[in-house]
Design a protein around this ligand. Structure first.
Ligand code: TRP
Length: 335
């Protein structure tokens, strides 16, 4: 008999507009997992409500994030790709886990404290129990592998606590422990174009390349990227900005091209204008097909609806089994 595949689950915030950092840090990782694991990828629209009072843009964001992930290679026929709000069993498990969630523990969660600082006028109970909902997302499929970055470590620890507490309190081995997981090598960090830190949505827009950027916009952003004012002395250590540019080049250019510019740098003869031209050409070649595919999907109501329904059906089938097991363990079965 074929060995049962391990279960992978992750949530994607519907912020819309994926950038290169999201692609190389997350999406590429999901795509690589889809052939070897049973995967559940979910758009966390309910989590979005914890900080969102204006929901007018939610629809656009959810559709965009789904379209962009699919355009990047996530295959809705291989994985369950669904919206959190389409799987009401999530809310049911969330309620069960709320009985295992200590308020003091939740109040100490760093992500909660950050959000209180950011939105002091909207400290709602949903915000406090954000990690409870996330634990429900993961454990709804009894997943053991969760492809997420370092910032989610605390939330995974909370999910493991609830899994263990549930098993202890109600008996049985309903829930496994889930751990952060990344496919192959460590996640690629994508540097921003202004030489400070990594690409991110909230920082400088001109220093972040989006998968929806036009060819002209990509070229413009790369032209404006920070470099040294001229070639450094032969053999000098690289500035953060130049090292970042090389890192970006490695993502989209051939080994030969990268080696040529590295040799130029070492020799003190590098011309950043030329390097930027190569980088821009590589980026355009990489992003244009993704952008065009995402655009087509975003405008295809029939396809999007079919994908969402298909994803929800797969997720609900898995969820129904888990909810049944949980109810039996708790003792919520009266006939
Ligand atoms: N909290 C995650 C984030 O901020 C998103 C998320 C929601 C998630 N539910 C999840 C991640 C379940 C992994 C598993 O990115």
């Amino acid at each position: 008999m074929e060995k049962k595949r391990e279960i992978v689950m992750s949530g994607i915030r519907p912020t819309g507009f994926l950038h290169l950092g999201n692609y190389f840090g997350a999406v590429r990782n999901y795509v690589r997992m889809q052939d070897s694991y049973t995967c559940y990828f979910m758009v966390a629209d309910l989590h979005a409500l914890t900080t969102l009072s204006e929901t007018r843009d939610l629809k656009g964001h959810v559709r965009r994030v789904m379209a962009e992930n699919i355009a990047c290679g996530l295959d809705p026929d291989k994985v369950a790709f669904y919206c959190q709000s389409h799987v009401p069993e999530t809310a049911e498990l969330y309620l069960f886990f709320n009985m295992l969630a200590y308020v003091g523990e939740l109040e100490k969660t760093p992500t909660f404290k950050d959000k209180v600082r950011l939105h002091p006028q909207n400290v709602n109970a949903g915000l406090l129990t954000y990690p409870v909902l996330q634990a429900a997302d993961i454990l709804l499929h009894r997943a053991t592998l969760v492809p997420v970055g370092k910032d989610q470590e605390q939330h995974l620890e909370i999910a493991r606590n609830y899994a263990n507490r549930f098993n202890h309190r109600y008996g049985g081995e309903v829930f496994p422990e889930a751990y952060a997981f990344n496919f192959g090598e460590a996640l690629a960090k994508v540097p921003s174009l202004d030489g400070t830190g990594k690409m991110s949505k909230s920082e400088n827009q001109m220093a972040t390349i989006y998968l929806s950027d036009s060819d002209e916009m990509i070229v413009k952003k790369i032209k404006g990227a920070k470099t040294d004012s001229g070639a450094a002395e032969p053999g000098a250590a690289m500035s953060e900005a130049v090292a970042g540019l090389f890192q970006l080049l490695r993502l989209v250019a051939s080994e030969d091209v990268v080696s040529k510019f590295e040799a130029d740098y070492q020799a003190g003869t590098i011309r950043y204008g030329d390097m930027k031209k190569e980088l821009a050409a590589g980026m355009v070649q990489f992003i244009a097909p993704i952008r065009e595919k995402a655009e087509a999907i975003r405008n295809d109501d029939v396809y999007l609806r079919r994908i969402m329904e298909q994803g929800a059906a797969k997720a609900r089938a898995s969820a129904a089994v888990t909810i049944q097991l949980a109810k039996e363990a708790i003792g919520l079965k009266y006939y």
